[in-house]
Design a binder for this molecule. Structure first.
Ligand code: AMP
Length: 293
C-alpha cells in the first residue's frame, strides 16, 4: 500500500491503472478516524474493484465557523494500519494546500438539494462537500465511488452532481452501520461520554418508532415528525435540532405520505455533540447493518 500526498502523483498512478492495465478503480472518500461504517464501504470497494483508493481529508470547506474543524479526530497512523489489513492499494491523504492551492476560486453548488435539512442547519456545508468530491473524482477518475446512507442528503447531492456534470464514475450508496444500541456509527461519537453514548440511542429509537407508526397506517408527515420529536425530547441529554419528513428523491418536505420512498432525517445534540441519522420508508434497498459495539 502506498500513501500518496500529492494530487499529481495520485492522478498519474490512477491514469496508469486505467490506461496501461485496464483495471477498475474504486474510491472511498473519508475524513479519516475510520470506523466500521467506513470499513463497510472499503469492503464493498474491495469486492467490486481491482484497485481501491481511500481518501482521507478533513475538508475545511465543509465546516462552518464555530464547528469542529480543528478538533475533528485525525488518526492517520491508526487508519493506515486498518487499511493495510483491508488490502487497500492507495491512501490519498493530501494536505489542505494540495486540494485548495493558493488562488483556488471555483466552488460547486448542487442547487435545490443543498438548502434544506443539513444545508439549512449548516450553510455552505454541501458547497464544500460537492467541491471536494469534484476534485477527488477528477483526480482519481474512479469507476465507482462509495458513500454511506448515514449521510443521506450528501449521497443524493453527489448522485445529482455526477449526473449533471457528466462524471464518468458510478456512485454506490451503502446502508448505515450501527452499534448494537442502534446508534449510527460516526467519527463524532468519540466526543460522547459513556452516559451520552447511552443517551444517543434515543435517535434511532425515535426513527424506529416513526417507521412503526407509518406501518400502522399514519400518513401525515407532521404526525410522524411529532413521534420523533417527542421521543428525542424525552431524553434529558438530547436536544432536537430538526426532524424532517421529505420525499426520498427530491428532499421536498412531505405533508401527505404515500408509498413513494420517504426520508425521515434527524439532527440532534447529545450534550454538545451534534449527530445526524435517518431512515427511509418504502425503501427497496438493503437494511442497515448492525455491528457489535
Ligand atoms: P466521513 O468520514 O464522516 O466524511 O464519512 C465518509 C463516508 O463514510 C461517507 O460516505 C459517510 O456517509 C460514510 N459513513 C460514515 N458513517 C457511516 C456509517 N455508520 N455507516 C455507513 N457509512 C458511513
Amino acid at each position: 500500500m502506498e500513501i500518496i500526498n500529492r494530487r499529481q502523483r495520485m492522478s498519474s498512478v490512477a491514469r496508469k491503472i486505467r490506461r496501461e492495465q485496464d483495471r477498475t478503480i474504486g474510491l472511498v472518500p473519508t475524513m479519516g478516524a475510520l470506523h466500521e461504517g467506513h470499513l463497510s464501504l472499503v469492503r464493498e470497494a474491495r469486492r467490486m474493484c481491482d484497485f481501491v483508493v481511500v481518501s482521507i481529508f478533513v475538508n475545511p470547506a465543509q465546516f462552518g465557523p464555530g464547528e469542529d474543524y480543528e478538533r475533528y479526530p485525525r488518526e492517520l497512523t491508526k487508519d493506515t494500519a486498518l487499511l493495510t489489513d483491508y488490502n487497500v492499494d492507495y491512501i490519498f491523504a493530501p494536505p489542505v494546500e494540495e486540494i485548495y492551492p493558493k488562488g483556488f476560486s471555483t466552488y460547486v453548488t448542487v442547487e435545490g438539494f443543498s438548502e434544506q435539512l443539513e444545508g439549512a442547519a449548516r450553510p455552505g456545508h454541501f458547497r464544500g462537500v460537492a467541491t471536494v468530491v469534484t476534485v477527488l473524482l477528477n483526480t482519481v477518475k474512479p469507476d465507482f465511488a462509495f458513500f454511506g446512507q448515514k449521510d443521506a442528503q450528501q449521497a443524493l447531492i453527489i448522485k445529482r452532481l455526477v449526473k449533471d456534470l457528466a462524471f464518468d464514475s458510478e456512485i454506490v450508496v451503502l446502508p448505515t452501520v450501527r452499534e448494537d444500541s442502534g446508534l449510527a456509527i460516526s467519527s463524532r461519537n468519540t466526543y460522547l461520554s459513556p452516559d451520552e453514548q447511552a443517551a444517543a440511542g434515543v435517535i434511532h429509537r425515535a426513527l424506529t418508532q416513526a417507521k412503526a407508526t407509518y406501518k400502522q397506517g399514519e400518513r401525515s408527515g407532521g404526525k410522524i415528525a411529532d413521534v420523533v420529536r417527542s421521543i428525542v425530547e424525552s431524553e434529558p441529554r438530547a436536544r432536537l435540532d430538526y426532524v424532517t419528513v421529505a420525499d426520498g428523491e427530491t428532499l421536498e418536505r412531505l405533508e401527505k405520505l404515500d408509498d413513494r420512498p420517504v426520508l425521515i432525517a434527524v439532527a440532534a445534540y447529545i450534550g454538545k455533540t451534534r449527530l445526524i441519522d435517518n431512515t427511509v420508508l418504502n425503501s427497496t434497498k438493503k437494511k442497515d447493518a448492525i455491528v457489535k459495539a
